[in-house]
Design a protein around this ligand. Structure first.
Ligand code: IRO
Length: 310
C-alpha cells in the first residue's frame, strides 16, 4: 500500500501532516512532528513580530471537537525562518511556513524575506484567521483577496498556497475560484480553516467556555467534517491544475479516505492531533492503509477525486 504523495515538484512519504496552529508553535513541537509519521510539517501562522495572543482560557475541547480563539500567538516570523534555515529537507518531508500577517504589507514583507532566503520551505498564506479582534477574515472579502493575491505574486516568485475559510454558498465557491484561477503560482489551497465564531455553552456554569470575544471561537473536529469535505470537493472541481489540501474533522483513516475521495492531494490533522499528539499520524495512516487494502486500492491516485454522485 503506497500512501506517498507527489506534488510541488517533490514526493513526500505519506499523505498526513499537521494543520497549522496545532503542535507547531515551538521548535520542540516542530521537531516532534518531523520525528513522527507526519509526512510534512507546517509551522504556526507567523506574524512579523512575536505575539502573545488572546487571554486564556482560549481553547476548549468538546465532545464533538474543539473551539479556539488563540488570537495568533506565535514566536514571530524570524523564529520560523530560522527554523526553516536549519530544517532537514533531505528527509523528504516538506516544510510549510504558515504566514498570517496583520496587514497586506506584513504578508508581502514576509514573502519577500522568504524569497530572498531561497529555502525549499513553501509558504501557506493564511486568509482565514477568525480570532484577531477587529480583523475580519480576509478570505470572506473577495476584493481584498483579489488584491492580496496580486501583491503576493509580486512579492514571491515561487509556488505558494493559501489557507481558506469554509464557504457555504455555491456563489462564493465560484467567486473565489474565479479569483484563485488568475494565479498560476498559487499551487494549492488548504480547505478548511476552523468554522469561525461558534459559541459553546456550559450549562452547569451557565457560561461560555473561552474568554476572548465573549466566548466566540473557531470550531474544529467532528462539527466541521461535512463542511470541510464540501469545500475540498468544490474547489477540487473548480481549480483545475491546482491541488487541494483537506483539513477538518480528520480523526481516523475513515475521514482521511473521505477527504482524498473528495479530491484532497494531502490531508491535515488538527483537533485530533492536539489531543492525541504526533502518534496520531501512524495510527491514522495505518487505518487508511487497511481501508485501502480492503477496498483493493494500492495508491491514493487510485481513488483520489473519485467520489461518486448519485
Ligand atoms: O486563533 C488563532 O491563532 C487561529 N485559530 C484558528 O482556528 N485558525 C487560525 O487560522 C488562527 I491564526
Amino acid at each position: 500500500i503506497d500512501l506517498s504523495v507527489t506534488w510541488l515538484g517533490q514526493t513526500m512519504p505519506g499523505c498526513l501532516y499537521n494543520a497549522s496552529g496545532v503542535w507547531c508553535r515551538e521548535e520542540d513541537e516542530l521537531e516532534a512532528l518531523h520525528a513522527s509519521a507526519a509526512a510534512a510539517v507546517i509551522t504556526k501562522s507567523a506574524t512579523l513580530k512575536p505575539r502573545d495572543g488572546n487571554p486564556e482560557p482560549r481553547y476548549c475541547r468538546t465532545p464533538l471537537g474543539s473551539i479556539n480563539s488563540m488570537g495568533l500567538p506565535n514566536r514571530g516570523f524570524d523564529y520560523y525562518l530560522d527554523y526553516a534555515r536549519r530544517y532537514r529537507y533531505g528527509s523528504g518531508k516538506p516544510l510549510f511556513l504558515s504566514l498570517s500577517g496583520l496587514s497586506l504589507d506584513d504578508n508581502c514583507a514576509m514573502l519577500r524575506r522568504l524569497a530572498e532566503e531561497g529555502l525549499p520551505a513553501v509558504p501557506e498564506v493564511n486568509l482565514s484567521c477568525p480570532n484577531v479582534p477587529g480583523k475580519p477574515q480576509l478570505g470572506y472579502d473577495f476584493a481584498a483577496t483579489a488584491e492580496a493575491l496580486e501583491a503576493f505574486d509580486a512579492a514571491y516568485s515561487g509556488l505558494y498556497g493559501v489557507k481558506l475559510p469554509p464557504y457555504f454558498d455555491p456563489a462564493h465557491f465560484a467567486a473565489m475560484a474565479e479569483i484563485l484561477n488568475r494565479h498560476p503560482r498559487l499551487a494549492f489551497v488548504t480547505c478548511i480553516n476552523s468554522i469561525g465564531n461558534g459559541l459553546v455553552v456550559d450549562i452547569d456554569s451557565e457560561a461560555v467556555v473561552i474568554k476572548p470575544k465573549d466566548g466566540l471561537g473557531g470550531l474544529g473536529g467532528d462539527y466541521v467534517l461535512p463542511t470541510a469535505l464540501a469545500n475540498v470537493r468544490e474547489f477540487f472541481r473548480l481549480l483545475p491544475g491546482k491541488d487541494v489540501v483537506g483539513c477538518g474533522g480528520v480523526k481516523s483513516g475513515r475521514e482521511a479516505f473521505m477527504h482524498i475521495l473528495a479530491g484532497a492531494r494531502a490531508v491535515q490533522v488538527g483537533t485530533c492531533l492536539y489531543h492525541e499528539g504526533p502518534g496520531a499520524f501512524s495510527r491514522i495512516a495505518g487505518e487508511l492503509a487497511m481501508l485501502m487494502r480492503v477496498k483493493g486500492y494500492r495508491s491514493l491516485d487510485a481513488f483520489r477525486g473519485r467520489l461518486r454522485t448519485l
